[in-house]
Design a protein around this ligand. Structure first.
Ligand code: NAD
Length: 438
């Protein structure tokens, strides 16, 4: 078993650290955020992920998992340091590599024995070559250090399962020493391993994510056309899904992808292409479609209503998808400010995302109220927007909209309901890629 340190206790770093401990490694998770480390030491996960807190507590108690801000102590005698810090988007679309650089420098200045540095963060092709050189430039002790790429494919909401039962592990290195150590580290997971060059590994991550983003934007594009020509996107998707070449996943039309990955990774690949004198037209199209898609319901509602001023607007779902408390690039963040600007009084419900949303839109400064149930949001509302398909929201029956709202006017960005069910319940219902119920 190895002594592993992980830089960054976000969705990627924390889940990786906990899962490494679960298979028997000795893991120290490092973060610069003291508040997060204090929570973790008390057994509280700063992020919402099914099963994470239990596994975290179990391995902490077993002595295989520790949390610290003291990176010197954590890195100095580690066999491997995994980097899982953020690589957020910059205004020009490129990835901000400053967190990676800081972590790399901290590693260079502290390691006291041979160490494999493994970059899990999503970074543009060629970054790890630079990270390796950077570490070597700042190295304080005379030790061997190499950098390998090991991109992460977990999806938020199912992160623990996605790690313990990953479809594949990608190992990107041109060194036998690094490859063998990573193979050993991952051996207890008993999962398929794909070993490729460092640059190919970096590209696999973007190519995979952007393909999924493209698939979503493609279905949203087809959905918009379905509405215009009288077809139903859900029937179309069902018909497509039986073709094994297409597959049945990621065929749901909606109000666009969000989250911390697809939006930034599509833009970063576009930036990388431009930097290399190439125009990546398919990915650019996915970005354009997605930007428009996020406000498609707001635009429909604006056409239908004379004004939002003084209307009670129920917003069901704030997070970018169910199963996470993450709001990054969530469609709600595009739509809520538009509605507030137009004078709406918002009653928002989300089973886990309200606290994070409140930090951006506090009740004291905006006409927004965070409620504890969908019913509270719907009661007396003039219009309802559905942005996230949480089970708690899917459980709302069509007749509840009719009975609880002042006017049963619903804009559903996740196609939760059957058209006929909403028609039977007497709800005026607009969704994505399907005929409106008027
Ligand atoms: P995050 O923002 O949730 O977490 C990053 C953490 O790193 C923060 O807690 C921050 O305080 C910490 N940090 C910053 N600098 C540090 C340093 N020098 N030392 C120690 N900790 C430091 O990020 P995330 O969502 O986990 O994403 C991390 C990377 O993984 C990104 O490149 C992302 O693109 C990629 N990724 C994310 C997901 C996902 O679903 N979130 C999936 C696959 C890949």
């Amino acid at each position: 078993m190895h002594k592993i340190s992980v830089a960054g206790t976000g969705y990627v770093g924390l889940v990786a650290g906990v899962c490494f401990a679960e298979v028997g490694h000795h893991v120290t998770c490092v973060d610069i955020d003291e508040q997060k480390i204090n929570m973790l030491k008390q057994g509280i996960s700063p992020i919402y992920e099914t099963g994470l807190e239990e596994l975290m507590q179990k391995n902490y108690v077993a002595g295989r998992l520790d949390f610290t801000t003291d990176y010197i102590h954590a890195y100095k005698d580690a066999d491997a340091v995994f980097i899982g810090v953020g690589t957020p988007e910059q205004p020009d679309g490129s990835a901000n590599l400053s967190y990676i650089a800081t972590a790399a420098r901290q590693i260079a200045e502290t390691i006291e024995k041979d160490c494999l540095v493994v970059v899990k963060s999503t970074v543009p092709v060629g970054t790890n070559d630079k990270v390796e050189q950077f570490i070597k430039d700042f190295l304080v002790n005379n030790v061997k250090v190499e950098v390998a790429s090991n991109p992460e494919f977990l999806a938020q909401g199912t992160a623990v399962r996605d790690t313990l039962e990953a479809a594949r592990i990608i190992i990107g290195t041109d060194s036998k020493w690094a490859e063998e150590m990573l193979m050993k580290i991952y051996e207890p997971f008993n999962l398929p391993i794909v070993s490729v060059s460092r640059r190919s590994a970096e590209m696999i991550k973007y190519a995979a994510n952007d393909f999924l983003a493209l698939k979503i934007s493609y279905m949203n594009d087809i959905a918009n056309l379905c509405e215009l020509v009288g077809a139903d996107i859900q029937d179309v998707a069902r018909g497509m899904s039986f073709d094994e070449r297409i597959g049945s996943k990621f065929l749901n039309a909606g109000i666009g992808y969000g989250g911390s990955c697809f939006p930034k990774d599509t833009k970063a690949l576009d930036y990388l292409a431009r930097q290399n004198g190439y125009e990546i037209r398919t990915v650019k199209a996915a970005i354009t479609v997605n930007n428009d898609q996020k406000t498609v319901l707001y635009r429909k509602a604006s056409n239908r209503l004379i004004t939002f001023d003084g209307l009670k607007v129920a917003v069901l779902g704030l997070t970018f998808k169910p199963g996470t408390d993450d709001l990054r690039e969530a469609p709600s963040l595009e739509n809520v400010p538009l509605l507030l600007d137009r004078g709406a009084m918002i009653y928002a419900y989300d089973p886990v995302g309200s606290d994070n949303f409140r930090q951006k839109y506090p009740e004291s400064e905006y006409k927004i109220t965070y409620v504890k149930s969908p019913e509270e949001a719907l009661s007396g509302a003039n219009v309802c927007f559905i942005f996230t398909e949480w089970d708690e929201i899917k459980a709302v029956k069509p007749e509840n909209y009719k009975n609880q709202m002042r006017t049963p006017l619903v804009y559903d960005g996740r196609n939760i309901y059957g058209i006929e069910d909403m028609k039977d319940a007497g709800v005026e219902y607009y969704s994505i890629g399907r005929q409106a119920v008027i």
